[in-house]
Design a binder for this molecule. Structure first.
Ligand code: DI6
Ligand code: FE
Length: 401
């Protein structure tokens, strides 16, 4: 995935040497054999397989309580979204279930989802809080996310999604909720080392531009980078705001103006595309891909794994949807889960390409050419992953439950 040369940066008949958790050498397989023999280094043959950088899912809400299956079923049986909402459904039902769940219950359900993503070649996962919406429940979500990163052969980046929804008990006190979420709660969680970045759902059904800015300003004061849920349902100018605060990413972007796209490009903010939510919500206006291309905005692709609008644990399915629904080329889609996803997490110096000095995270696929990863619907050709230099056969989890 290193640009400038062959498509996909493809190297044929190549070998790669690992020292510790780093890529120490890359070159022709014939040279590697001689070097390995001289240095008495163990050699693994991956003959006939394709190796990619470990895939990065840079936008998930992986940890939550309960599910929304019943709601899905009801809606398809003709019950309206409003009726479901009034009966305590929707996002608030996930907040209730999450608050009621013990940490080990949250861990167990998130583990299943993490394993599914890992089985397709994911080695780095961003996980947002945002279903707790009060200090201790948010803390539990972030702690569970960190625990997944400690126990699994997986790098986890945590994001405090402080402004996701206005919880029931604050319906009459919006300002009070926002002040707490952006003030003492963020300070406590960041102080505990649980927060790698912040995020806000800037949308007419969620939080305003001014409220979002309050969180971005608080994050800036703490030296934390930001992501912003921007332009999923309407264009409120959230992309411009994200750019103004040099956010790592602006996510969704189905609604994005020319000025928004240019602002993202100038700020180096990555556009994270989430075709799973677009599909589930049966939207019909894809993000303006041509505009993003012309402006030179790097595009990432992620699952948005969440119980409401994208109950998705397949990054490979997202590759297909990014191509079929949004019109990305397979090269753009693959860049979206490797080099550009790394950039969306601020980890481009460490991850996202196979290059000497980078972390030895990679995935092995039984395919004939890279575009197959985007072409297949529902297949999983991943036969193994290496995380930090340690091999792990897919389907044989070594980590404790
Ligand atoms: N965007 C979404 O689509 C979800 N959250 C967000 O920020 C909705 C989350 C849910 O319905 O549970
Ligand atoms: Fe999201």
């Amino acid at each position: 995935m290193v640009g400038g040369g062959k498509p996909y940066g493809n190297l044929a008949e190549a070998a790669l040497a690992v020292k510790g958790d780093r890529i120490a050498w890359m070159g022709p397989a014939a040279e590697a054999a001689a070097g390995a023999a001289a240095g008495n280094v163990p050699v693994e043959s991956c003959h006939g397989l394709w190796m990619t950088p470990g895939l990065i899912d840079c936008h998930t809400h992986l940890v939550y309580g309960g599910d929304r299956v019943e709601e899905f079923e009801k809606r398809l049986c003709g019950v309206s979204y409003e009726e479901i909402s009034r009966a305590g459904g929707g996002i608030q039902s996930t907040v209730n279930a999450t608050r009621a769940a013990a940490a080990d219950t949250l861990y167990a359900s998130a583990l299943v989802r993490a394993r599914r993503l890992m089985s397709e070649g994911v080695t780095t996962l961003e996980i947002k809080s945002g279903y707790g919406l009060e200090l201790e429940a948010e803390r539990r979500l972030l702690e569970v996310a960190r625990e997944l990163g400690r126990r699994l052969p997986l790098s986890v980046r945590t994001t405090y999604l402080g402004l996701h929804a206005l919880p029931q008990e604050y319906q009459a006190d919006r300002a009070g909720f926002v002040a707490r979420a952006c003030g003492p709660w963020l300070a406590a969680l960041a102080g505990a080392g649980l927060v790698d970045a912040v995020d806000a759902f800037c949308e007419n059904v969620a939080f305003t531009l001014a409220e979002t800015e309050q969180l971005l300003r608080a994050a800036q004061a703490l030296g934390l980078p930001a992501h912003v849920h921007a332009g999923q349902l309407t264009d409120m100018g959230a992309a411009e705001l994200a750019a103004r605060y040099r956010a790592l990413s602006a996510d969704h972007l189905e609604y994005l103006s020319d000025t928004g796209a240019r602002a993202l490009a100038a700020a180096g903010t990555v556009a994270v595309l989430l075709p799973g939510a677009y599909f589930m919500l049966r939207q019909s206006n894809p993000p303006p891909i041509r505009l993003l291309r012309q402006a030179g905005v790097p595009m990432a692709v992620a699952t948005d794994c969440n119980p409401g609008t994208s109950p998705c644990t397949s990054i490979l399915l997202m590759l297909n949807m990014a191509c079929t629904l949004f019109g990305l080329t397979p090269l753009e889609a693959l860049s979206g889960v490797t080099c550009h996803a790394a950039q969306a997490l601020g980890l481009q110096a460490e991850l996202g390409t196979l290059e000497v000095g980078k972390r030895a995270d990679f995935a092995l696929y039984q395919i004939d050419r890279p575009a197959e990863l985007c072409y297949n619907l529902g297949a999983n050709p991943c036969v193994g992953v290496v995380h930090g230099g340690a091999p792990r056969a897919v389907g044989q989890p070594q980590e404790p439950v």
